[in-house]
Design a protein around this ligand. Structure first.
Ligand code: BGC
Ligand code: CA
Length: 296
């Protein structure tokens, strides 16, 4: 298969200058794109119809966010899992994860079809193998699912719910597990996509209706679409190097929202990349799949 050239027009949805924009999910119930700025400790809600972005300080680094079947948003935070009351801005912790590991924080996370919230950790200083992937159950208990993770990223599930895709960024690729939706169990880990170092670090990821994977490339200034067999299909170039994650949203699930980071860029680099830290949007064609809410 020949990789297609981009040609996809990208717009800035929010000129946010986020330090570490991350974790975009479409909240169908509110018609909003919810995302986080991890190091700024902020949860953002962007309403495309109003072209308005609002954000709340949640008091500690926040790696991921998900909708709930009840009001509020569930958060994967430095010390564990919390619930944000979007009316009052209050955050209530509901479960600990690595509160005792001071050098770690949560990174990417998402909910499975049974309403469990999966989120992983990493060291602030990116020490290898310091993190893990956790599964928050509906009853608020927490299970450690993968150990020895360096930068936990990019999880998503296939439409038939039998596979979970996962990225540990420094391994330069995407792995897949057999997924058991009834128990939330993982087995049979194997590599499906290899990404060359020159393309950047694989970061956040989403899946479309055709089962193709969209991978954000940190340092690579792009989002790439891969077939489930690991073949490169399409590259979307972005006007910022540190691309962190992406997800489909909008009324028809064909708007691809893309987050980015302005952290660690010199004055010079920022001048050359004035849109670093923006939330971008484009319409590359395929529709995505709705995000699952947390059911606890
Ligand atoms: C992390 C960043 C990291 C990047 C590289 C992101 O998910 O939040 O800290 O630099 O991945 O892959
Ligand atoms: Ca990420």
């Amino acid at each position: 298969m020949m990789a297609r050239d981009d040609g996809v027009e990208v717009e800035v949805a929010v000129e946010a200058r986020a330090q570490l924009g991350e974790g975009p999910i479409w909240n169908g119930a509110s018609g909003q794109l919810v995302w986080v700025d991890i190091m700024a400790c902020r949860v953002h809600r962007f309403t495309p119809d109003a072209e308005a972005d609002e954000s709340a300080d949640v008091g500690q680094p926040v790696g991921a966010v998900a909708a709930r079947t009840t009001p509020g948003l569930v958060l994967a935070m430095r010390d564990g899992f919390g619930v944000l009351d979007t009316d009052t801005g209050d955050v209530q912790m509901i479960a600990g994860a690595e509160a005792h590991v001071k050098g770690n924080r949560m990174n990417d996370g998402k909910c499975d079809s049974a309403g469990r919230f999966w989120a992983g950790t990493m060291a602030f200083d990116q020490s290898p193998a310091a993190g893990a992937l956790y599964r928050l159950e509906r009853d608020h208990s927490v299970a450690k699912m993968i150990q020895g993770v360096s930068i936990s990223n990019g999880l998503c599930w296939s439409a038939d719910d039998r596979s979970m895709y996962y990225i540990d960024s420094p391994t330069q690729g995407v792995d897949v597990f057999d997924f058991d939706a009834a128990s939330g169990g993982l087995s049979n880990r194997r590599r499906v996509i290899d990404i060359p170092k020159e393309a950047g670090l694989p970061d956040g990821m989403t899946i479309d209706e055709q089962g193709f994977l969209w991978v954000a490339l940190y340092g690579g200034g792009a989002v790439r679409r891969y077939s489930p067999e690991g073949e490169l299909d399409l590259t979307i170039e972005l006007p910022a190097a540190q691309i962190t994650s992406c997800t489909f949203g909008g009324n028809d699930f064909r708007d691809l929202y893309i987050t980015s980071a302005a952290q660690e860029l010199s004055e010079e680099a920022l001048a050359a990349q004035p849109h670093a830290g923006a939330l971008f949007v484009c319409r590359p064609g395929p529709a995505g799949l709705p995000a699952n809410p947390y059911a606890g």
